[in-house]
Design a protein. Structure first.
Length: 189
């Protein structure tokens, strides 16, 4: 169910949010990462969210977390399978400095990075704009937001990831673990 963590742990410190549409091949990579992490032990204080294509509806609920790790397919102009690590403040600073565009490896406009109707960047920019007119605590100023993105190879009707993304899925999963400061449990035997 949208807006509910797929695994509840407390106290909540870090939210891992998978964004994407699993019916559109590589576009569902963020949700696939969440499905994989659901099968693994996580550091205490971590919660997983399946944001689907409606990330913007989760923002208020994510306010309880001090760090967000957002996993999504992004158009950054690099070859398929390229992994990006972006921090929200860097993205917003780049957009302001370059009047609407910032370099993500190829000069693409970061406002159009996401493949969704309302992309992750647009939703976060809108939240920051709303914060500027609100008396509530400024959510995006007190939260660390990291976006782990991967360049898709195939965004078309399919329940499967492309061979390229299937091959680099473990690398993206490791990037999420690294952000969680993952310490895997020793395997018995």
């Amino acid at each position: 169910m949208l807006g509910k963590p797929t695994r509840a742990l407390c106290p909540h410190k870090t939210a891992v949010v998978g964004v994407g549409n699993i019916l559109m091949g590589d576009e569902g990579i963020g949700v696939r990462i969440i499905q994989t992490l659901e099968q693994e032990p996580l550091p205490e204080g971590t919660a997983l969210f399946d944001g689907g294509t409606a990330f913007h509806e989760l923002i208020a609920e994510l306010a309880a977390f001090s760090k967000w790790i957002i996993v999504d397919a992004v158009n950054g102009g690099e070859p398929p399978g390229a992994i990006y690590r972006l921090e929200l403040n860097e993205i917003l600073d780049g957009i302001r400095q370059n009047t609407g565009s910032s370099d993500l490896g190829s000069g693409q406009n970061l406002g159009a990075v996401s493949l969704h109707d309302i992309g992750v960047i647009e939703a976060l920019m809108l939240e920051r704009f709303v914060d500027s007119f609100s008396s509530r605590p400024r959510l995006l100023d007190v939260t660390e937001i990291v976006i782990l993105g991967i360049e898709p190879e195939s965004v078309e009707l399919s329940l499967e990831l492309s061979p390229t993304l299937e091959r680099v899925l473990p690398l993206l999963l490791q990037a999420v673990r690294d952000e969680l400061e993952w310490t895997p449990s020793p395997t018995p035997g």
